[in-house]
Design a protein around this ligand. Structure first.
Ligand code: GTR
Length: 382
């Protein structure tokens, strides 16, 4: 059941460097206004968007994810092995990346490159450690004329309470795993920009579930990313904290089961999601005006597919205001929680549209929940 959108308690966002604790934040029952500035007034011109985006990101990082680690020393990559694919399709390299202070964090990357002149656009995925990226994925991506780069985010920071990777490199670092993994995406982009076959203006980031949460955060925080594409990412990703179905995850559930994905502060919002000065439409809006598509599954109720539509529609208001309405999309398929070849195809189709400049705007008619209420009262500045 959707919670009713009650009165908007007009909570001003914290001024820079000043974030009140949860007890001092006002409840906001609707989706918070992404145009509200730290002074409590609304931004008025598009020129203010870069500053506003930065404020929104700082607030999201402060309360939810924690900051990203420092950039660290220059990333290097060493190719350990290389094999040619049948039928002249291309080659697959096993690369060891070294990142962080003195290259102390070692991360494995699979790099599959099509034959031909290039440079090629890239699909960058962080889920190599899950072992689900097989020959079918490689051949699909390469046949479409893209590079597939997949790194193991779990070497950047283990998916558990233990403090490995960047947490060993910087013992004081207090961000959650989603921030650490987002940093892994950024360092992977650093490396990709040194690979001659890579078209640095056409890099898309993706990942599944928890991997989609950090892919969305990575795309929102790095303007070198051209397309941001979380898959079935739900809570902490494309989902919605305030409006969810009975069978979907909640803020309470996710901080109880996976506290280390977030900054410790985020647990203070358990039972008080309405105190968040943002919701996940805010994170989506921070990608704007760069391209964003979330791929969703109608059977993935835990991830809140209706909530993802709501955050998409709210973020689309920001995109439209920036003159970039056709740069945000959402794609639903039937079926369960997984990252399958049809999700990848939907992403490649979206990238083709964005990169060739022939985007097909997906209007509300295409959405699976036409009755989802508009749960915000703000609209874009004139
Ligand atoms: C679930 C978690 C979800 C999602 C998923 C996954 O258990 O509750 O938020 O991230 O794991 O990553 O597969």
């Amino acid at each position: 059941m959707l919670m009713p959108a009650l009165l908007l308690a007009c909570a001003a966002m914290a001024s820079p460097g000043e974030y009140p604790p949860v007890e001092k934040l006002h409840a906001i029952s609707e989706l918070p206004d992404p145009f509200l500035s730290s002074r409590g007034s609304r931004i008025e011109s598009r020129r203010e968007w870069p500053t506003q985006r930065k404020r929104l990101l700082d607030t999201l990082l402060h309360y939810q994810y924690g900051s990203l680690p420092p950039e660290g020393d220059r990333v290097s990559g060493r190719t350990i092995s290389r094999r040619d694919l049948p039928d002249g399709l291309g080659n697959v390299r096993d690369v060891r990346l070294r990142m962080g202070p003195k290259g102390s964090v070692e991360v494995r990357m699979l790099l599959a490159i099509p034959s031909g002149a290039g440079p090629f656009p890239v699909i960058l995925d962080g889920d190599l450690g899950w072992g689900r990226l097989g020959d079918a994925h490689i051949s699909l991506v390469l046949r479409r004329g893209y590079i597939l780069a997949a790194f193991n985010r779990e070497e950047v920071g283990a998916d558990g309470p233990e403090r490995t990777g960047v947490y060993r490199a910087w013992p004081e670092y207090d961000g959650g795993r989603l921030s650490a993994w987002a940093w892994g995406f950024h360092r992977s982009v650093d490396y990709l920009l040194t690979v001659p076959e890579v078209d640095g203006n056409r890099i898309a980031v993706t990942g599944h579930s928890r991997g989609g949460k950090c892919a969305l955060l990575a795309g929102a925080t790095d303007e070198r990313v051209a397309v941001t594409a979380p898959n079935n990412s739900g809570y902490g990703g494309a989902g919605c904290y305030r409006f969810h179905d009975d069978r979907s995850e909640t803020l309470e559930a996710i901080v109880r089961q996976f506290p280390y994905w977030f900054h410790a502060r985020f647990a203070d919002f358990a039972g008080r999601a309405d105190r968040l000065p943002f919701d996940q439409h805010t994170l989506k809006a921070c990608v704007a005006p760069r391209s964003l598509v979330s791929t969703e599954a109608l059977g993935d109720l835990w991830a809140n597919p209706r909530g993802s539509q709501i955050t998409y529609q709210a973020a689309a208001e920001v995109y439209a205001w920036l003159g970039a309405r056709d740069r945000i999309g959402i794609r639903y398929r039937p079926g369960p929680h997984e990252h399958n070849l049809s999700d990848l195809t939907a992403l490649l189709d979206f990238c083709d549209e964005q990169f060739t400049g022939r985007p097909s705007a997906d209007g509300p008619a295409a959405l699976p929940f036409p009755d989802a209420p508009r749960v915000w009262s703000w609209s874009a500045p004139k």
